[in-house]
Design a protein around this ligand. Sequence first.
Ligand code: ZN
Length: 435
Amino acid sequence: MIRLYDTMAREKRDFVPADPKRITMYVCGPTVYGRAHIGNARPAVVFDTLGRLIRHHFGQDSLVYARNVTDVDDKIIASAGQEAVDTNVITERYERFYLDDMGALGVSPPDIAPHATEEIGPMIAMIGELIASGHAYAAEGHVLFSVASDPGYGALSRRDREAMIAGARVEVAPYKRDPADFVLWKPSSANVIGWDSPWGRGRPGWHIECSAMIRAHLGETIDIHGGGLDLIFPHHENELAQSRCAHGGAPLANFWVHNGFVDMGAEKMSKSLGNVVLVNELLDAGHKGEVLRLALLSGHYRSPLPWTESLIAQSKATLDGLYRAAGEAEAGEIDAGVVEALSDDLNTPLAMARLGALSDAGAVKASAQLLGLLTMSADEWFRGGESGDVQARIDARAEAKARRDFAEADRIRAELTDEGVLLEDGPGGTTWRRA
Ligand SMILES: [Zn+2]
């Protein structure tokens, strides 16, 4: 049994999917106009891991995981304007980067990746239904959701009306009946991306995108809706209101699951890490994707995660240890204790502790793979990360020998031997292998 903390209920609940053969999970995906920050990677890694756990419990084909791509947005339009290119040049470039960066962290592509620009029809349809049922109104080329029409509004974020208005940083616009009302559709000027609609040429607001795509791809009520906790308000509150009002009160999701922030301020970064926080920069700096993945999973997903250099170093050391423990073993049985820890609201720190205590190499490998770790052979892991470093010391040893400093040459060989690297001198030079 999987238990998950449901933000709506504010408690852990048994996860009982409506249809265990078709479990539906939707996670709000990237707005594609820039490179992904390590904080953007946390939901991708967390929900990838939850997806692996669900497939482990219910079967490989049990889950339909959708993560959208927001490819129409004011920030995209601004970015395209700066480069004097069409918005799709920006969105295609950064979607590719996003998939590359997340792929490096071992995040599998979702089963469905709906793009907002390809789903305008379903959005216009849902907006029309909301107008027809009195939950939305058109004004000056805009369509707005009427918050006052939905008595259940605020249930997810549990904010009072004043806090909601302040939190949404809403503009008081003359076309709004109420400052809390939010945009479903807005007008596009002639040189800005837009689509024809019953309310004039325009483009959708962000929130309606998710509501319409969830219905189109997964249904009216899904099992899990996920995202970062910064999305609870206003984004998820607004998605929920739109969908519930369009569907006669049916809830949008049976579980609302939110991950905490990556906290960049806990420790001053040293020069070597600098202020590197983009995933691709961390990878370029030589940190392996699996190390970053483990770093992101090392704290419980609902807690803030202090992002520090020591966290990255500790994650690398942990993986080095696990790769040594697994050796070249084939994946065996997944350890029940690891599964139990993950099944308790995705308790990855406890799962890692149990993983570290396993003695059977095959169980280490299989259990780590459930977390998306230990995906390569030990040989590949150590050579991939250390080959440059080992080669540099082999070169230094050769230089020491050339100047007849045999003490230094022997010291380097002994140091490498201590690390499990065996040198073999041959006619073609020195080769090395792991003991
Ligand atoms: Zn969303």
